[in-house]
Design a protein around this ligand. Structure first.
Ligand code: SF4
Length: 348
């Protein structure tokens, strides 16, 4: 276990602490844990029990995360650790994010992978970056940070890019460290619902902090993509698509927005997969708000993952289930449409 980075002991007698890592700001009494169940208070000090308990290591195309406008065709090392600050009934990785909440003491028996070993793996597989994913990376922030600094301090890995695939439930204190230490290059935020009651019921979190995280990440200049998993009967109405599209389009029409197909998972096995017609409608609505880059993921709908030049409609990136062909040209470090020379908001 590792002492946590962001906490405050509120009472020297009771030893109650406040964890300031995510927006739950859990008040944790002595010998108890926070909502994520991987941070424990021992005598007024907070410890991460999931530090280095790495799971699900894989080498993936960056498009799988999904990042479509950040280093297309890059090869990334992905991993997560147990636990999560949300409790989504539809979680795709519940074995990792939720199981440990039932028996957190199991964490004590799991092997710790030193951050240097992740760096060695990145070097061995010659990846372009590291993706902190599967469970919520915010709750293993200390470990992610140590991996990133180990990469930065190693000649062979100093230029790797680092990305969070996240529910966006950041605390302002955590984002401040990301900013001052320049830790992250890209973040994909899952905007799950546009309804606070639904957020609370299904995830245990609130809508407003996630919206604020999207705004803050954009303001920090970190590459941002947004994903919305479309769940039948929960967030598949036109109102939801309009609200999401309206919010994103007011920030920037160039933010990539991914609508993703739901498959029955975890505690939502009674629901059917999202019909293709719903996803196509979602895309049409988002496009009608002026968004230039709206994608449909987890399907085989033709051309739904492609990027077209917003000016002349030339096919600039062709994607088919993680096989990516790039047709844009690069001039002075910028991606450009080869037909009309429009500069494309793609980090190359
Ligand atoms: S990371 Fe979030 S959920 Fe976990 S203890 Fe801290 S505030 Fe609570």
């Amino acid at each position: 276990m590792k002492e946590a980075l962001l906490f405050e002991c509120k009472d020297e007698e009771t030893k109650e602490v406040v964890c300031k890592l995510c927006n739950h700001y859990c008040k944790i009494s002595n010998n108890n844990s926070g909502i994520c169940r991987v941070r424990f208070n021992h005598d007024g000090k907070l410890f991460s029990y999931s530090y280095g308990k790495v799971d699900g290591v894989a080498i993936d195309p960056i498009e799988k995360k999904p990042f479509y406008h950040f280093k297309p065709k890059a090869k990334v090392l992905s991993f997560g650790t147990p636990g999560c600050n949300f409790k989504c009934a539809n979680c795709q990785n519940s074995y990792l994010s939720q199981s440990i909440k039932v028996k957190p003491e199991f964490l004590l028996f799991q092997e710790v992978v030193p951050p240097e070993n992740i760096v060695k793996l990145a070097e061995k597989y010659k990846v372009d970056g590291i993706s902190y994913t599967y469970s919520e990376p915010t709750i293993f922030f200390e470990y992610a940070r140590d991996v990133i600094w180990n990469c930065k301090n190693n000649d062979a890995t100093k230029d790797l890019v680092h990305m969070f695939v996240s529910n966006g439930y950041f605390s302002k204190e955590m984002l401040e460290i990301v900013k001052t230490e320049n830790l992250l290059d890209a973040i994909n935020i899952d905007l799950k619902f546009f309804d606070d009651q639904k957020y609370l019921k299904i995830t245990g979190g609130h809508l407003r902090p996630v919206l604020e995280s999207i705004e803050k990440v954009l303001a920090l200049g970190i590459h941002l993509e947004v994903i919305n998993l479309v769940i039948p009967g929960e967030n598949d109405d036109d109102e939801s698509f309009k609200n999401i599209a309206n919010f994103i389009s007011k920030l920037s029409k160039d933010i990539p927005l991914h609508f993703s197909r739901f498959y029955p998972q975890y505690k939502m096995t009674e629901k059917p997969p999202t019909p293709y017609s719903t996803l196509i409608r979602a895309k049409e609505i988002a496009t009608s708000f002026g968004l230039n880059y709206v994608y449909i993921g987890n399907t085989d709908i033709q051309n739904a993952e492609n990027t077209y030049c917003p000016k002349c409609k030339f096919l600039v990136v062709e994607r088919k289930r993680y096989i990516t062909n790039v047709n844009y040209v690069i001039e002075n470090g910028k991606a450009k449409c080869p037909k009309c020379s429009e500069i494309l908001p793609i980090v190359v």
